[in-house]
Write a new protein. Structure first.
Length: 277
């Protein structure tokens, strides 16, 4: 039944060890699409040789989380899809519990595992609670609700799931957290950690770009400017401070914040890519 109902999608970028551990936690009866944000043919061969239920797609370049997930989601032939981060591990009953839930609540758009996402929630009925948003490390999709319109590919990193949930709620769609679905997430970086400064620059650039883009998309330019202004001022002051005390690494990180905000404000695409090769 699992194989006919659900497809799993995992987007990776130089995260072979973590994705292998994730794949080991998924039943071999379930089809998995791994979308690798590179052109690593050896990675594709190793993954497909070791996991018969996996189709590994190479994007050829780092397209980001949203665009890579859309590649996988548009190939799904089952009713439902589960988008996973590579640093997740499924409990043995996670998918069966999801299928049990959708038999009771069929008119949903998105479902997320409630474990460790929020505290003090009142799960009154069937381990479910309706919410406005869910975290992006594990999301169950009701494919038919989306008409191939999944993530906004303008996001390279951050805010993809927040924007997705916002659009679902704007369409009066239902989003649930399910306390019976257990998927652990270590929250670790999904790429090699041997270039910490480059990763920090990447995170800071995209956090600022995506913050302004999201608010501009949903609230307009001028309100977004008011929201982002304290972060803009803080980044400017700190970048100048670290410039004066000759701390190059910190200076570069806050310069990236400024660059991310500025590029988003003037309408440039999210172009920054980490130098990890």
């Amino acid at each position: 039944m699992e194989s006919r109902e659900l497809t799993v999608i995992i987007v990776t970028f130089k995260s072979e060890t973590r994705v292998i551990n994730c794949l080991k936690s998924i039943s071999k009866n379930i089809s998995v699409i791994v979308v690798e944000n590179s052109n690593d043919k050896k990675f594709k061969s190793r993954i497909e040789e070791n996991f018969n239920n996996v189709n590994c797609i190479l994007t050829g370049e780092n397209k980001g989380y949203a665009a890579a997930n859309n590649i996988g989601l548009k190939l799904v032939k089952t009713k439902y899809a589960l988008v996973l981060n590579p640093d997740t591990i499924l409990n043995s009953q996670a998918i069966q519990n999801f299928l049990n839930t959708v038999n009771k609540v069929q008119d949903f758009w998105l479902i997320g595992p409630a474990v460790n996402q929020m505290v003090n929630l009142d799960f009154k009925k069937d381990n479910l609670i309706e919410v406005n948003n869910i975290k992006g490390f594990a999301i169950f999709f009701n494919i038919s609700k989306f008409n191939q319109n999944f993530f906004d590919e303008n996001f390279f990193l951050y805010f993809e799931e927040i924007d997705l949930c916002k659009r679902v709620k704007n369409n009066n769609g239902k989003i649930y957290l399910d306390n019976s679905i257990i998927i652990s997430h270590d929250g670790a970086n999904s790429v090699h950690n041997n270039k910490i400064i480059e990763l920090e620059k990447n995170r800071n650039w995209h956090w600022m770009w995506s913050t302004f883009y999201y608010h501009k998309k949903h609230k307009g330019f001028f309100l977004s400017l008011l929201i982002i202004f304290p972060k803009l001022l803080s980044a400017l002051i700190k970048s100048l401070f670290y410039l004066l005390i000759l701390n190059k690494n910190k200076r570069d990180i806050y310069f990236c914040r400024l660059s991310g905000i500025f590029n988003s404000m003037i309408g440039k695409k999210s172009w920054y890519r980490p130098a990890l090769d």
